[in-house]
Every structure is written in structure tokens, then in C-alpha cells.
Write a protein that binds this ligand. Structure first.
Ligand SMILES: *Cc1c(COP(=O)(O)O)cnc(C)c1O
Length: 395
């Protein structure tokens, strides 16, 4: 195998420099752990960015993949596909929603929802889309138009017209900007990239109230917080948001690319033949993995995510109480947790890697935890011990 330095220089030469990579070579993953070429064992508290729901080398995921690849790995959406249909039935059963469209990624799910909203209001002149500060909805041109961070958006004008970026949790902003021109509101009730920020319940109530008045479409972006991560099937269920559309991706394929858009009965007849499509969308191998994840969630894992999340949260709160000047807030639900520091988080990430723990830093100073659902109390204890020692050391 190439040495790390060799790979670094090839990457530097060959790639558009869109990613900052970690300085290590992963040889394999097992459970919640990554193993490097140097034999280091690293606890992955980041789960491939909320993707590896069941960790690495999970026997049931592997089995599902093997069984499906022996049948077919792709046949195109000209065909009825058993695994797609089985997964769709599960998704609808758990949400009470009415229709599914499968995509391959989060940004594609957002795009599909934008198109659905456009078509729903066709001929009415209603076009305005709303998203909130701190939000992330993807990076293709439509989804990017909704994503809040200016740094991601400003280089790519012109973006979609008629997008209002309102202040997250500002009721005043809702009251002043939402009206009969509003076509759709996109919201992450628990913001991921923005730093694990919760929607306030009065804010969600106000959206519900305005929706009854103006009848816009509400899109719950559950791409990061969905599929059981927060201890409920979808994050917005904690908040009582009256969503018409749910966006899914990341954890739904357990590591394979898959996304989904779910629509309530209100929007069930919007798309018809040819209105939208995707060559790869709903890949049967990925769908087979999605089925396994839901089976595991049903077999106690969903509740376990809530219980383990509380356990982790309690440990972090006591670490916070011992380091109040360094940790200003710990927040989250289930296995989606943000630890707000009073200083930049990247050095903490790097120190923790040296200690054998992988976490992520988002929004400058929020340490974000998105561990696989198979994490144990013992793993959590190891993490919190190392985290506390790094935090209490002179950074
Ligand atoms: C990651 C993410 C997206 C974009 O998903 P991709 O698969 O990277 O396109 C959109 N919304 C939220 C909330 C996300 O976390």
C-alpha cells in the first residue's frame, strides 16, 4: 500500500481541492471502530457523517448486500423493484405519509422537493421559498439557494430567485415575511451543519399556525436527524412540526448512497409520469440495506438510541459542570449531540484523533457527535474519558 505521504501528494495533484482530508489511512472498519494501516484503532463518534448507522462490517448489512448483488445490482427505474417497494412500504408505515420518491443523496432529495413545490403551485404565481439561518440543505444549485451559509452560496450567483433566508427561531421574521406568496418552508428542526441547534417550540408552533393560514408547504429536512438517530424515527417528531414533505438521505442506506422524499396525502398527486426521475435513484442494493436498518430500529434500536443518547448527554453535562469556562453548552437528542466550546474546536478534533477518537467540528466551535447506533456504554465511557482529558489539558 502507498504510504500516507504518497497518497497526500497524489491527492494534491489529482483532485479539485474540495475536501480537507484527515491524515490517516483507514484499512478497514469493524463495529464502531476504524483501523488504520499503522494498526491504530479509532472509535468513530462521527459515523461517516451520520451515514454508517450500523457502523462498519455489520453482518446483516453485508448479508443484505450479498443477497442482492447475486440477484442484480441495478436494473433501472423502468422496472418494478422488490427492495425499493419493500423499503417504500416501511417508510410510509412509519410516517403515515402517502408517497415516496427515491434519490441518491440529500441534495437530490432537496431538489425533488423544490420541484414538487413549484409544480404544486403552478399557475398561482406562488414561488417564494423560505429557509433559515444556520441551515444546510445541500450544494446543487436549487438546494444551495436554500442553504444558509453565504460562504457556500455567494460564488455561484445567480441562484434561484425568490428565496428568503430568515433568522432561525425568530417569530418576528416569520410574521413579517411569511404570507400568501410563500410556497414552501424548509426547516431542519435540529440543525446539523449549523451546530446541532434546536428549533424553539414556539417557532415551530408559529410555522404550523401560519401554514394553516397561508397553506404553504412545509418541508422537514431530516437528512441528518432522521432514520432514528434522535431516538424518534424523525427529528421533527420531537417538535410537532406539521410537515408535508420529509427529506431523507445519509443514514438511510447504512453506507450506500440513497435518499428519499416522502410526501403526505396533500401532495400525493403532484408528480406524474416524466415529471421527475433519477437513473440511480433507489438502487436495490442500497434499498436492501435500508430495510435492514429499519428492522434493527424496530427491534429495539430506536429506543436504545434514546437511552444511549441520554447516557452520553449526562456524562457530557457533568464534564461541562467541571469545565464551565471551556464548554458553554451541550445539546442534542439521542445520538446527535453538539458540544459548544468557548474556543475553536479543530485542535480538539486533532488531539482526540491522537487519542484514538474521531469527532467532527462544525460551525467553528461545536464538537459534533453522530456515532453509529451500535455504540455501547463502554464505548461512550471511553469517549467521555478521553474527551475530558483533552478538554482539561492546556489546548
Ligand atoms: C448532508 C445534508 C444535506 C445534503 O446531503 P448530501 O447527501 O451531502 O447531498 C442536506 N441537508 C442536511 C440537513 C444535511 O445534513
Amino acid at each position: 500500500m502507498d504510504s500516507l505521504n504518497n497518497l497526500i501528494s497524489k491527492e494534491e495533484q489529482d483532485f479539485f481541492h474540495t475536501y480537507k482530508r484527515l491524515s490517516m489511512i483507514v484499512e478497514r472498519g469493524e463495529g464502531c471502530y476504524l483501523y488504520t494501516d499503522k494498526g491504530e484503532k479509532i472509535l468513530d463518534m462521527f459515523g461517516g457523517l451520520a451515514v454508517n448507522s450500523l457502523g462498519y462490517n455489520h453482518p446483516r448489512i453485508n448479508e443484505a448486500i450479498e443477497a442482492q448483488i447475486k440477484k442484480y445490482i441495478h436494473v433501472s427505474n423502468f422496472f418494478y423493484q422488490e427492495k425499493q417497494i419493500a423499503l417504500a412500504e416501511i417508510l410510509l408505515k412509519f410516517t403515515g405519509f402517502s408517497k415516496v420518491f427515491f434519490s441518491n443523496s440529500g441534495t437530490e432529495s432537496t431538489e425533488a422537493a423544490i420541484k414538487l413545490i413549484r409544480k404544486y403551485f403552478i399557475g398561482t404565481g406562488r414561488k417564494e421559498l423560505v429557509s433559515f439561518s444556520g441551515s444546510f440543505h445541500g450544494r446543487t444549485m436549487g438546494a444551495l439557494s436554500l442553504t444558509s451559509r453565504k460562504k457556500y452560496r455567494e460564488l455561484y450567483a445567480p441562484l434561484l430567485e425568490g428565496v428568503a433566508h430568515l433568522e432561525f427561531n425568530s417569530i418576528k421574521d416569520l410574521e413579517e415575511n411569511i404570507n400568501e406568496n410563500t410556497a414552501g418552508i424548509f426547516i431542519e428542526c435540529i440543525q446539523g451543519e449549523g451546530g446541532v441547534n434546536f428549533a424553539a417550540s414556539e417557532f415551530v408552533n408559529k410555522i404550523n399556525e401560519l401554514k394553516r393560514k397561508f397553506e404553504f408547504i412545509v418541508v422537514a429536512d431530516e437528512i441528518q436527524s432522521g432514520i432514528g438517530r434522535t431516538g424518534k424515527m424523525h427529528g421533527f417528531e420531537h417538535f410537532g412540526l406539521e410537515a408535508d414533505i420529509i427529506l431523507l438521505a445519509k443514514g438511510i442506506g447504512g453506507g450506500l448512497p440513497l435518499g428519499a422524499v416522502l410526501g403526505s396525502s396533500r401532495v400525493e398527486n403532484v408528480f406524474t409520469y416524466g415529471d421527475h426521475g433519477s437513473t440511480f435513484g433507489g438502487n436495490p442494493v442500497a434499498a436492501a440495506c435500508g430495510i435492514v436498518i429499519f428492522e434493527e430500529l424496530q427491534n429495539g434500536m430506536l429506543n436504545n438510541n434514546a437511552v444511549l443518547g441520554k447516557y452520553l448527554m449526562n456524562s457530557l453535562k457533568s464534564i461541562q459542570s467541571r469545565n464551565p469556562e471551556k464548554i458553554t453548552d451541550v445539546r442534542g437528542k439521542g445520538l446527535m449531540i453538539g458540544i459548544q466550546l468557548s474556543f475553536p474546536g479543530q485542535p480538539v478534533v486533532e488531539k482526540l484523533i491522537k487519542e484514538g477518537v474521531l469527532v467532527n467540528c462544525t460551525n467553528e466551535n461545536v464538537i459534533r457527535l453522530l456515532p453509529p447506533y451500535i455504540i455501547t456504554e463502554k464505548d461512550i465511557d471511553m469517549f467521555t474519558e478521553k474527551f475530558e482529558s483533552v478538554i482539561s489539558s492546556g489546548l
